[in-house]
Design a protein around this ligand. Structure first.
Ligand SMILES: *[C@@H]1O[C@H](CO)[C@@H](O)[C@H](O)[C@H]1NC(C)=O
Ligand SMILES: *[C@@H]1O[C@H](CO)[C@@H](O)[C@H](O)[C@H]1NC(C)=O
Length: 469
């Protein structure tokens, strides 16, 4: 029987390959370029689909990532595809595509959008979570140990067979249904977890983290609060994928902003990260109710909140209710790591001895659009330096020419019959100026469109704590 279902899950592709006269296995692309027929194909098997627009820069950046995903899932029962949503309107309407790129995982009734960081690892993690049963069953002790080893973090319901009708079990299962993209959920018998912890009462809900079982205390929080607060590893990487959930904890975020590509400070960066990581893992009691520790390589995300280009490595301390932040620098003038103690940083923070930046003030409201223009220009130069030079150079060039002629006219006493000529020239200048500004507007509009459709989301301060689903 599994053989049969395997066959059926490939059936759409087989049909597709025949239809496109691509019977040769060698020609099998890693990512299928699909058309409107994707609507029918997705009724069978598992699909990860990117809906793109040909002009969208963020979609182009995603192509190599998709190729990687294609490679990863080659020969596994997962179809990786992309659809030009501007051409195949039927498919775009069917799947309600509103922006580019939209990434969807589709399998049976599951049809979920990906909102995270567009990296290979994040996408694979997304597929795994979306594809897993909402609550998986631990089969035996070894299974539990293996799962612990494989996942590092998951929620578990420890429950005796005779309690399977309890309200806690129902609540756990419906939470899993709601939060399946945030974490993994399992249930196990008490004897399965005995090597990790002795759980005497049944049922109990807990989280496996740092190799330990931490049990939910119903007198302190609701089960959902517990899931929302505990879904992060002790020293987690902060990305677009988990950022809104981190803000949702309402705790203060301590994010070490790093740049591992900066080789001149790599050694220092690693050292600081190690110190913070060890603190986070060993001193939980000292901070757990107030802070979440993490690190991030996503400068766009962090600088977008700060509305400032931050130098790395630095500790970005974010108040998740007011969006004010503090910065701690670790390097001295010679780029060496200063002596620092995490306890002292926390103490300084608690006693408000660190300088405040940010917040939702008027100043920031004004600065944000300027920041976004600045970001757009930087991005333009990074993506198309020559065209950008031309675009920004042209107005300068034209203005210089205008000034040049203005000066010449001032210094020379022109004969009267030149007047006609001058006005011609002015017309010409005006023409160039108009053309230049038109071109500039066009490019700007396009760049902004890309920005709005793509990463733009991530440089907005979330005004509500709800994840936009
Ligand atoms: C759970 O409830 C169902 C009906 O609500 C019942 O048929 C079943 O026997 C119960 N199971 C246990 C283990 O109590
Ligand atoms: C965060 O900001 C709010 C509003 O300014 C303030 O009341 C709160 O104490 C701050 N939180 C921390 C942990 O400093």
């Amino acid at each position: 029987m599994p053989k049969m279902s395997r066959f059926f899950s490939y059936l759409p592709l087989i049909v597709y390959l025949f239809a496109s006269f691509k019977c040769n296995e060698e020609d099998d692309p890693l990512v299928y370029e699909m058309d409107d027929r994707v609507v029918d194909f997705t009724t069978q098997g598992k699909w990860l689909i990117m809906f793109y627009a040909p002009w969208c820069g963020h979609c182009k950046k995603l192509e190599p990532v998709f190729e990687e995903i294609g490679k990863y899932y080659k020969g596994k029962m997962m179809n990786i595809a992309k659809v030009d949503a501007t051409r195949f309107v039927k498919a775009a309407n069917h799947f309600d595509i509103k922006g580019y790129p939209t990434i969807k995982f589709i399998y049976g009734k599951t049809n979920v959008n990906f909102f995270g960081e567009r990296r290979k690892g994040d996408l694979i993690e997304f597929i795994k979570k979306a594809d897993a049963p909402r609550v998986s069953r631990i089969l035996h002790q070894l299974d539990f140990e293996n799962t612990k080893h494989e996942l590092q973090l998951f929620f578990v319901l420890v429950i005796k067979k005779e309690h399977m009708n309890s309200t806690i079990k129902n609540e756990f299962f419906s939470l899993a249904e709601k939060h399946f993209l945030d974490a993994y959920f399992y249930f196990a018998l008490p004897e399965h977890v005995v090597k990790t912890a002795k759980v005497n009462d049944s049922p109990r809900v807990g989280v496996i983290k740092d190799n330990e079982l931490e049990l939910w205390d119903s007198s302190k929080s609701t089960m959902e609060e517990f899931v929302k607060l505990e879904q992060f590893p002790t020293f987690c990487e902060v990305t677009m994928t988990n950022f809104y959930n981190l803000v949702d904890t309402k705790k203060t975020l301590l994010i070490l902003l790093i740049n591992l590509d900066d080789h001149s400070k790599l050694h220092q960066t690693r050292k600081i990260r190690q110190i913070l990581k060890i603190y986070a893992k060993t001193q939980k009691e000292a901070y757990h109710d107030e802070f979440v520790f993490g690190y991030s390589e996503n400068h766009d995300l962090i600088s977008g909140i700060a509305i400032w280009s931050l130098s790395t490595p630095c500790l970005f301390i974010l108040n998740t209710t007011s969006f004010t932040y503090n910065l701690v620098n670790f390097l001295d003038v010679n780029s060496q790591v200063k002596d620092f103690s995490v306890d002292k940083i926390l103490d300084d923070f608690r006693n408000k001895r660190l300088e405040n930046y940010g917040g939702k003030s008027i100043f920031r409201t004004i600065r944000r659009p300027l920041w976004e223009i600045y970001r757009a220009i930087i991005e333009m130069f990074l993506e198309a330096p020559i065209i950008s030079l031309f675009i920004f150079g042209l107005p300068f060039g034209v203005i210089s020419i205008v000034f040049y002629f203005l000066c010449c006219m001032d210094s020379n006493d022109q004969p009267e019959n030149e007047e006609v000529h001058d006005s011609d020239k002015e017309d010409e200048h005006q023409y160039y100026l108009d053309e230049a500004s038109k071109l500039h507007e066009q490019i700007k509009a396009k760049e902004f469109k890309n920005l709005v459709d793509g990463e733009h989301k991530m440089i907005k301060i979330p005004t509500t704590s709800k994840k936009d689903q």
